[in-house]
Design a protein around this ligand. Structure first.
Ligand code: UDP
Length: 315
């Protein structure tokens, strides 16, 4: 297939490009490099089946016929979408609409990268796809959460009104090599701090929870969903839930670090708990994650060691 992938220079986008190329497809990546990095695509420089167009999808685009569109363009870490709030709203609305129009023009399939942020600070635990969420529409996270909720509505409307062949994946916290150096995520911050022997910044008392999926597991679930006929949202994430403090301890053990924990204030509207119910993905796709947090951290060590000179972002 000839595949168009928006956000190809991002963390997930670049891993998805690798997987699609390995599966024999040709991939046209589109990225404006606002949060993505050419470094993530460096190894594809001589790959004849890959091309990158530097373009902001909020402006209409058309590079010719495609069979399938993966829509992964968006700032995604809290640090990034706080800095790029209006751009985040724009790419979830106009940008996603431009990508949908392109798929419609060429009769292509469409998979949109949505998020567990659709559940906000959830009052149902674990979160299944039937839960409508608990989102503050005007809080600091709203630029991301509401953009993604709007794009889910938009994608669904293209399916409903135009019969577009769409998929929606709700992605939970994912980690691994190529996580942005300055995106301030918990795994990238704590791993880098532990490797440097610096204090590890835990926000709040560290009792809030997240469920971390290693990137190869995440990509496998996404590709399986693309190959299915499911148009309603599907959670793809690792259901093993960690408190942030336990996650910090695990990172300290895996790195052999003696870093101390430095408690910092909990950011506003930081969700207290997150854990996907993946019964739907298991049933429909035969998918479940295989890599434990400890294994995934070990697989990530070389990459984070290579970044040690670069600063960590904090909120
Ligand atoms: N966090 C932390 N220390 C850091 C970065 C993040 O304790 O240096 C916490 C953050 O407050 C949140 C969790 O880790 O509770 C996950 O944050 P991240 O930015 O990775 O993603 P989120 O799931 O909040 O979108």
């Amino acid at each position: 297939m000839h595949i168009l992938l928006t956000g190809a220079a991002g963390f997930l986008g670049s891993h998805l490009a690798d997987r699609l190329l390995a599966d024999g497809h040709s991939v046209l990546g589109v990225d404006n490099l606002s949060t993505g990095s050419l470094r993530n695509l460096e190894h594809l420089r001589n790959e004849a089946r890959f091309r990158l167009e530097e373009h902001d999808i909020c402006k209409p685009f058309d590079y010719g016929p495609v069979d399938f569109v993966y829509n992964f363009a968006s700032p995604a870490s809290p640090v990034n979408y706080h800095q790029l709030g209006l751009e985040t709203l724009e790419v979830g609305s106009s940008g996603t609409r431009n990508a949908l129009e392109l798929a419609r023009r060429y009769g292509a399939g469409f998979l949109h990268a949505s998020t567990s942020e659709c559940y906000g600070d959830p009052q149902v635990h674990p979160q299944d796809e039937g839960y409508w969420g608990n989102v503050n529409p005007v809080g600091p996270r709203s630029v991301y959460d509401e953009a993604k909720r709007f794009s889910e509505a938009l994608v669904t409307a293209y399916h409903r009104y135009h019969r577009l062949d769409t998929r929606l994946v709700r992605i939970f916290n994912t980690y691994g090599p190529r996580l942005g150096r300055k995106d301030g995520r918990v795994i990238s911050n704590l791993l880098t701090q532990a490797l440097r022997g610096e204090p590890m910044t835990v926000y709040g008392d560290g009792s809030q929870t997240r469920s971390f999926c290693y990137v190869s597991d995440e990509i496998d679930g996404i590709v399986r969903l693309a190959g299915s006929c499911e148009h309603t949202p599907v959670n793809i994430g690792n259901p093993t839930e960690w408190t942030i403090l336990d996650c910090a301890e695990t990172i300290r053990r895996v790195t052999g670090s003696r870093s101390l924990i430095l408690f910092k204030p909990l950011p506003e509207d930081d969700p207290l708990q997150r854990k996907p119910d993946i019964a739907k993905a298991r049933r429909l796709l035969g998918w479940e994650p295989r890599i434990t947090l400890e294994e995934g951290l070990r697989l990530s060590l070389d990459y984070f060691r290579s970044l040690l000179d670069e600063p960590v972002a904090s909120r």
